[in-house]
Design a binder for this molecule. Structure first.
Ligand code: KDG
Ligand code: MG
Length: 408
């Protein structure tokens, strides 16, 4: 490592679709170091790619890559408009790439630069789903056989043809399917509310007391419905109940909190600490779900974690298949070095994704570890990535039985 300040000489954006779309940022320095960042915003990928290419890349050329916090402030305060998923995902990608470069410059895995490990490995949960209860129980058994100690359980709902996150007759689903326009689902909340407590009780009866069970409601309930569901599943002893109400109006969580002791998790759609602030400081949630990609990178996720720590709220970051292996690595470096980190979602990837993104992180016995490679520990095979160009893909939308749009 030379004592002279390095400079950023190239900023490139790769859009690749090895089974699903990923937007990846590559920052190259005069000393020949390369840093990688994840800029994938599911279903709106090209907006972030353009933001980075057209508005951020020209501003980074000639800057010192070591000045991570200053660059974050420059991109956040400098834009004037602030916040929002496109801006914060772009800033997050730059932040990840600069932490990757700092790790490579110093020869250290990023978690060492964040203060070192506070735990030996990071607890993770994965998804199990089945349209009918027996299929769900089989799916839970299958992930337990792979060693998982925590499982998110989702099922079909009577009277529905499609339910987000659950496939009929097959284990896997992809959040954003390759379609020219969003698939439309019909959603009936009352039917779900009648069905879900029994499904979760059956899952608990099947697995016994030890396995951590989680459930994602996906923003679909009113405060009253959320309180009812929370009460109805209290005996199930969930690890968490996720996104019970839409995240915009946070006041309503007071009502939910007042009526149930079920642990609440929220925040995968939040982009900054300011959206987490009252939920954390009023202790309206138990877990904050902000993602390292969509909430401004490692630098900002740590700020959220620090606020949460004061209020005994723990981090349980978002990690579906649309969060690339680069971002998963970053989340693991934060997880290994952050005291109030609880659990990392890990949906897993298709085999091809592991080939395009070669990573030092690994899974074993229900836990993940970021590995000891310098930086984030992920290298992108650019030639392979170039063979899979962007394909249009959208998350679904949902309508009530009367045809009006609803949350999903
Ligand atoms: O892009 C959105 C999906 O990743 C999200 O809907 C998945 O809710 C989700 C979860 O908790 O993984
Ligand atoms: Mg979720």
């Amino acid at each position: 490592m030379s004592g002279a300040a390095d400079t950023i000489t190239a900023v490139d954006v790769l859009v690749t679709s090895p089974g699903r779309n990923f937007v990846t940022l590559k920052i190259t320095t005069a000393e020949g170091l390369v840093g990688w960042g994840d800029a994938t915003l599911n279903g709106r990928e090209l907006a972030v790619a353009s933001y980075l290419r057209d508005h951020v890349a020209p501003l980074l050329i000639g800057r010192d890559p070591a000045r991570i916090e200053d660059t974050w402030q420059y991109l956040y305060r400098g834009v004037y408009w602030r916040r929002g998923p496109v801006t914060m995902t772009a800033i997050g990608a730059v932040d990840l790439a600069l932490w990757d470069i700092k790790g490579k410059t110093t020869g250290q895995p990023v978690y060492q630069l964040l203060g070192g490990a506070v735990r030996d490995r990071v607890l993770t949960y994965t998804h199990a789903s089945g349209w009918e209860v027996p299929e769900l129980l089989d799916a839970i058994d299958a992930v337990r056989e792979r060693g998982f100690l925590a499982v998110r359980a989702q099922s079909g709902v009577p009277g529905h043809d499609l339910v987000y996150g659950v496939t009929r007759g097959g284990p896997g689903y992809e959040p954003a399917g390759r379609v020219a326009a969003p698939v439309e689902e019909v959603w009936d909340t009352e039917s779900y509310l009648r069905h879900a407590p029994g499904v979760l009780a059956a899952a608990r009866a099947h697995v016994g007391p030890e396995l951590r069970l989680l459930h994602d409601v996906h923003h679909r309930l009113t405060p009253g419905q959320a309180a009812r569901l929370g009460r109805a599943v209290e005996d199930v002893d969930l690890f968490w109940l996720e996104d019970v109400t839409p995240a915009e109006n946070q006041e309503v969580l007071r009502h939910v909190r007042h009526h149930t002791t079920v642990p609440l998790a929220i925040g995968e759609v939040f982009n900054t600490v300011w959206e987490c602030q009252s939920l954390i400081t009023e202790q309206l949630i138990d877990y904050i779900r902000t993602c390292v990609t969509h909430a401004g990178g490692i630098s900002h996720l740590r700020r959220i974690a620090a606020l949460a720590d004061i209020w005994q709220v723990k981090l349980g970051p978002h990690g579906p298949s649309d969060v690339s292996p680069v971002a998963l690595a970053a989340s693991l470096h934060v997880g290994l070095s952050t005291p109030n980190f609880a659990i990392q979602e890990y949906m897993g990837y298709e085999p091809l994704v592991h080939e395009v993104f070669r990573h030092a992180w690994s899974y074993e016995d229900g836990h993940l570890h970021p590995g000891e490679a310098p930086g984030l520990g992920v290298e992108v095979d650019e030639e392979l990535a170039a063979r899979f160009p962007y394909e249009a893909a959208y998350l679904p939308v949902a309508r009530r039985r009367d045809g009006s749009m609803t949350d999903w």
